[in-house]
Design a protein around this ligand. Structure first.
Ligand SMILES: O=C(CO)[C@@H](O)[C@H](O)COP(=O)(O)O
Length: 232
């Protein structure tokens, strides 16, 4: 009997929410959650379609990416997830998708500007775009380096201020206090990315939302030190 049944169930349900929200196609994307006390991460198995995924398929790995429990291979993005968990102690769940609008901004290599209060309610300004990976990094361990790219993107801001990032040439990653919250942020990111694209299409010359409005909306919901959107 697995000692991680509850953790696996939570991660299974978070992955199925991605499918329900139509943020993934076939086997795109993956969700994970860490149990910091046990020192393990539960993550979607690689290459398994959502319609056949079962709770017992969820793979348990340690923070050095070694499989602890499970017959299937962990997601090919596991090293990116564990890199973020090792670096940011304040996060408990990570989601990766290839959702259409967020991925389009990532492929265009453009940070998503804050054009409106909808975005400001959840992100303190723009949604960052992690730089294109350098050649030496590409030749390294790609998934590990993707984690490094994301962390570098937050060198001068807290991951609490933007629980989401788009990775240039790749796609989005989001995080939160647990798997469910990271999926919630993935849903919000796709909606915000779509709104921003449509806004820019309607008015190409549109500028960013005034900082005073960004402050008012972000701080009203999140506060200076609040854990972004914690249970709100
Ligand atoms: O980013 C990618 C592929 O570009 C991956 O996220 C796949 O979309 C899902 O891979 P697995 O989790 O099934 O290994």
């Amino acid at each position: 009997m697995s000692q991680y049944l509850e953790l696996k169930r939570e991660v299974y349900e978070a992955n199925m929410e991605l499918d329900k929200r139509k943020l993934v196609t076939y086997t795109f994307g993956n969700v994970s959650q860490i149990d910091r006390k046990a020192g393990v991460v539960a993550i979607k198995p690689s290459g398994v379609a959502y319609e056949v995924l079962k709770p017992e398929d969820i793979v348990i790995v340690d923070l050095e990416n070694q499989r602890v429990e499970g017959k299937l291979n962990p997601s090919s993005d596991t090293k990116t997830h564990t890199y973020l968990y090792r670096t940011w102690s304040e996060i408990g769940g990570v989601t990766h998708t290839h959702s259409t609008y967020a991925t389009a901004w990532a492929q265009a290599q453009i940070a998503i500007p804050c054009y409106g209060t909808t975005q400001a309610d959840y992100v303190y300004g723009e949604i960052p775009c992690a730089a294109v990976m350098s050649d030496e990094r590409i030749n390294g361990d790609y998934e590990e380096e993707t984690g490094a790219q994301i962390v570098e993107c937050f060198a001068d801001r807290s991951p609490l201020e933007s629980p989401m990032v788009i990775v240039a040439g790749h796609a989005p990653f989001t995080w939160g206090k647990d798997a469910a919250k990271s999926v919630y942020h993935a849903v919000l990111l796709e909606e915000i990315a779509k709104m921003a694209y449509l806004t820019k299409t309607l008015t190409p010359s549109i500028g960013d939302l005034k900082q005073g409005l960004v402050d008012k909306h972000y701080l009203r919901k999140n506060g200076k030190d609040a854990y972004y959107g914690q249970g709100k």
